[in-house]
Write a protein that binds this ligand. Structure first.
Ligand code: NAD
Length: 442
């Protein structure tokens, strides 16, 4: 069992600061940092990475954690814990999203930063890995409170971010409006407008065409390539999507509109709906736009969220949070392909069970890399002040995703391993080589 072994490896890091309670995790869940360190060790051992380089890769270049005050609408001051973790910048500035959630803690953000490092290397874009977050519950906050929280968080982070240093982007519960506030706050401090300080911005503020759909579109490129290799047809194939935010909504829409797939079930944090004949995804998206939640959609029957993951289908897409497929439910998952649109949705134990059961897992660091790829395009456009058409963006995205898939698939065949190990090997090898070639200063 990897978990016990992982716990002992992680103990020495002692990343959770005193005074911040670790969030409760459900049965079978694994600390994301334990997962990330375990994966790094597996890949490093297969690659024969030296102990020195391994030690450099398992540590973090910078961990910023701070507590900051925000005045709430009722006049009271509330304190929030914010984080930004820079894992490795040997290949370029840090890159990674910012998430707002009550489950945010330093271990989660650190794991997500490490995954960003490998992800950028897998799609071969010149960034390192970073991630940020604030422990808060945006569902309980007004727009004004979220704006004040974002601006104060950004102000405190300003010395540590920037176009050449570390470039944030959206993640769970943050969006292009959040990115606009970040860009504005950062720019106010500098005295000039710095478009390249953050990606995922609105089009009118140096955003890129296609960024909103990029992660979902990239997921579907990878699913499509995998289905071709498995000799599966996309037309009428049944797909189940957990999460109906930026990523899940676009996966469902693109699967239906561009690939003719039947989206038979969808969940969000409030509940899940099911229609074996296929949901009308556009109508569902309009319903969620109006009501803010998936449940209550009249053209489908409600089901328990836990049951959604266990529905028989061709493709299952977790597009919400970590730790959804664990030792507690892995033997009841009934898909042919598991496409990890979320980061870290499958624990190492569950991964092993699914593989033994012949389920093809498309790993997160490959499958959801479309978002960071178009973030890279946005950063390039901002630095050049020269903007691309949506068609150019989508075509470049397709090329990068398809060639990353081919590299990972070929590596898996050569190494006789699963796609996750292959993707990690490509990511870790690239970063290890970059680290070694740079050498040590002084
Ligand atoms: P989001 O905040 O836009 O949407 C999250 C969705 O998941 C919402 O519909 C929410 O209701 C749902 N959800 C939350 N907890 C849930 C639960 N326990 N069960 C079912 N549904 C739940 O976030 P997003 O940007 O779509 O990100 C989703 C995942 O994709 C995250 O793991 C994120 O790290 C990853 N990701 C996002 C991007 C991006 O560009 N936004 C890029 C790569 C990876």
């Amino acid at each position: 069992m990897p978990t016990k072994e992982l716990s002992s490896r992680c103990e020495s890091l002692k990343l959770t600061p005193v005074g911040v309670a670790a969030p409760e995790r459900k049965a079978g869940a694994v600390d994301p940092l334990e997962m990330a360190l375990y994966q790094l060790r597996v890949a490093s051992e297969r690659l024969g990475i030296s102990q020195d380089v391994f030690n450099m890769l398992r540590r973090f270049e910078r961990i910023v954690t701070f507590c900051f005050p925000v005045r709430m609408d009722n006049g009271q001051i509330e304190l929030f814990q914010g984080y930004r973790v820079l894992h490795n910048t040997s290949r370029g500035p840090g890159k990674g999203g910012i998430r707002y959630s009550p489950a945010v803690d330093v271990n989660e953000i650190a794991a997500l930063a490490m995954w960003m490092t490998w992800k950028c290397a897998v799609v071969d874009i010149p960034f390192g890995g970073a991630k940020g977050g604030v422990c808060c519950d945006p569902r309980q906050m007004s727009i004004g409170e979220i704006e004040r929280l974002t601006r104060r968080y950004t102000f405190e982070l300003s010395p540590f971010i920037g176009p050449d240093l570390d470039v944030p982007a959206p993640d769970m519960n943050t969006n292009e409006q959040t990115m606009a506030w970040i860009m504005d706050t950062y720019s106010m401090g500098k005295g000039v407008t710095v478009l390249g300080a953050v990606t995922g911005k609105p089009l009118v503020l140096g955003g890129s065409h296609g960024r909103n759909q990029a992660t979902g579109r990239g997921v579907m490129h990878i699913v499509n390539e995998a289905m071709k290799r498995q000799k599966m047809r996309t037309k009428n194939a049944r797909i189940v999507v957990q999460g109906f935010g930026n990523v899940g909504r676009n996966v469902a829409l693109i699967a239906h509109q561009d690939y003719g797939m039947k989206v038979i079930a969808v969940a969000d944090q409030y509940g899940a709906v099911f229609n074996p004949k296929g949901l009308d995804v556009e109508a569902l998206a309009a319903h969620v736009e109006r009501s803010g939640r998936v449940p209550g959609f009249s053209e489908a029957e409600p089901i328990a969220p836990a049951d959604l993951l266990e529905l028989e289908c061709d493709v299952l897409v977790p597009a919400a949070v970590e730790n959804q497929i664990t030792i507690a439910n892995a033997d009841r998952i009934r898909c042919r392909i598991l496409a990890e649109a979320a980061n870290g949705p499958t624990t190492p134990e569950a991964d092993e069970i699914l593989r033994q059961r012949g389920i093809l897992i498309l790993p997160d660091i490959l499958t959801n890399a479309g978002g960071v790829t178009v973030s890279y395009f946005e950063w390039v456009q901002d630095l050049q002040s020269f903007f691309w058409t949506e068609q150019q963006v989508n075509e470049q995205l397709r090329k990068i995703m398809v060639s990353a898939f081919e590299r990972v698939w070929n590596m898996a065949e050569r190494e006789k391993c699963d796609l996750r190990t292959a993707a990690l090997m490509i990511g870790v090898k690239t970063v290890a080589e970059a680290t070694e070639r740079r050498g040590l200063y002084p």
